[in-house]
Design a binder for this molecule. Structure first.
Ligand code: FES
Length: 115
């Protein structure tokens, strides 16, 4: 960890995450059960969800991000970036969101804290 729990963990520079795409942060860094996907919406905002799709085993960080949702690259399930709720089948189980803050161009993650 590179920061205190209250300030979150610095996990990336904002410029590391292309708009409309995502990157995965290893569970070795986050301390969570699953890796965490940092996902950047078209408006430039950054969100975090568990990386493994709840349908099978695809990585949501390799999906497409737009309009407040991420689309799984394998079977196109969609999840709300803010809440993790399923917004498109075949997935039927919501995923887990995590709080993110962007400060001075750096992305800080708060694992297991709800946004
Ligand atoms: S693995 Fe994500 S929709 Fe099937």
């Amino acid at each position: 960890m590179t920061a205190t729990e209250n300030n979150g963990i610095r996990v990336a520079a904002l410029d590391d995450i292309p708009v409309g795409e995502g990157i995965a942060i290893s569970s070795d860094i986050t301390g969570t059960d699953d890796d965490i996907a940092l996902l950047r919406d078209e408006d430039g905002s950054v969100w975090a969800l568990n990386d493994t799709c709840t349908h099978q085993v695809a990585s949501l960080s390799q999906g497409w991000v737009e309009d407040g949702k991420v689309e799984c690259p394998l079977h196109s399930s969609q999840f709300c970036l803010k809440t993790g709720a399923v917004e498109g089948l075949p997935a039927t189980v919501d995923t887990v969101p995590h709080k993110v803050e962007v400060r001075d161009g750096e992305v800080y993650l708060f694992p297991n804290v709800r946004p």
